[in-house]
Design a protein around this ligand. Structure first.
Ligand code: AOF
Ligand code: ZN
Length: 351
């Protein structure tokens, strides 16, 4: 990289972008830990890089420092999350950075984990290392929406996914729904699942669709067996899935299912964070479950895969809600739209 015409800030953004690319390599395997990347830069040259691959394994900084070796002395480290200050499953990264001889650390954003929360930066500064916080913060944070929200609010980041026709129908009246959207959209759903700590569905969906709700894609950039299985939550208030029935549904043969027989969905989301460390939650269910989460304002992101077909008014509609006037409509901002194969993908946020 030429250094003459670049401000320090532009250089920082460039190397932070490389660190974010590293972080992405762990996107589907680090749960419940955040995806974090690190690059070590000496005289404007990358001399080390690494990412956190999995719970229990070393953090991004440790891999990058190991890669850099002696070349870390006098270098700058770019990290997509504040280096940790605590001894968890692994020793503190702030300490590893101090011992490595780096003279500057650039961080995308602070780690809201109460065990860290600014202490990592303080340790570095106390050791005389120059620290810059806030480079490409938003770009780094989108990788860890669930982790960050859960650390800040003890609630997970909730995505509601719906596959519909142009007229907002998700299945024929008979329940027939395979397939409305095409292979590219369905492949994209695999990515959503792979990013999720838990998938919530309803007993009705289990009975009608008998879905697998597992991650089985070969296109995630890592082997499917490296992806921790999302926990499956079945909303079963009416106890329709009694134990003797379970073997009828392939999903129910899994051992990590939580049957939720309570009405309180907020409580369920809290429990998923506090007891199961599920920070990203995906809802894949029918109109009634989708409607409940939406009406209780528990959805952070609505993802609609829309196929260019019309199924008519006998077909099932996408959400069971009953606003009495236009004023009671549920409204969204479009965050993104893209074409996947022959379908549209809309990413929306409740207003
Ligand atoms: C970093 N670098 O690459 C990651 C960090 O149980 P442990 O030891 O793996 O610690 C997990 C916590 O460490 C996690 O909740 C988050 O606060 C931080 N993650 N920190 O310095 C990394 N993945
Ligand atoms: Zn660490």
């Amino acid at each position: 990289m030429s250094n003459i015409n670049h401000s320090q800030d532009a250089k920082d953004r460039y190397f932070m972008m490389l660190a974010i690319e590293q972080a992405k390599l762990g996107l589907y395997s680090t749960r419940p830990n955040p995806a974090v990347g690190c690059v070590i830069v000496q005289a404007e040259e990358v001399v080390g890089q690494g990412f956190h691959p999995k719970v229990g394994q070393p953090h991004a900084e440790v891999f990058a420092l190991k890669d850099a070796g002696i070349r870390a002395v006098g270098a700058t480290a770019y990290v997509t999350l504040e280096p940790c200050s605590h001894t968890g499953r692994t020793p503190p990264c702030a300490k590893a950075l101090i011992e490595s001889g780096v003279i500057r650390v650039v961080v995308a954003g602070l780690d809201p984990n109460p065990q860290v929360a600014g202490r990592g930066v303080r340790l570095l500064e106390q050791a005389g290392i120059e620290v810059t916080v806030g480079i490409l913060t938003a770009q780094a944070e989108v990788l860890n929406k669930g982790f960050l929200k859960a650390m800040r609010t003890q609630m997970p980041y909730v995505r509601l996914k719906i596959a519909t026709s142009l007229d907002g129908r998700t299945a024929m009246a008979t329940g027939e729904s395979k397939w409305i959207t095409g292979p590219a959209a369905r492949e994209d759903v695999q990515k959503l699942r792979a990013q999720s700590g838990a998938i919530i569905t309803g007993s009705e969906t289990v009975i009608v669709d008998n879905p697998q709700l597992n991650v089985r894609s070969s296109q995630l950039g890592i082997a499917p067996e490296q992806v921790p299985h999302p926990k499956v939550v079945i909303l079963d208030r009416r106890e329709r899935l009694q134990y003797n029935l379970q073997s009828d549904y392939q999903l129910c043969r899994r051992t990590d299912i939580l049957y939720w027989r309570d009405d309180n969905l907020t409580e369920l989301l809290k429990v998923l964070v506090s007891e199961y460390q599920c920070y990203d939650v995906l809802i894949e269910a029918g109109a009634s479950v989708a409607g409940s989460f939406l009406q209780q304002q528990l959805v952070d992101e609505l993802i609609v895969y829309q196929a260019p077909c019309l199924l008519g008014q006998q077909a099932r509609s996408m959400v069971d809600i009953n606003p009495l006037s236009l004023a009671q409509q549920l409204r969204f901002d479009i965050k993104r739209y893209e074409q996947l194969g022959s379908d549209m993908k809309l990413t929306l946020m409740p207003v």
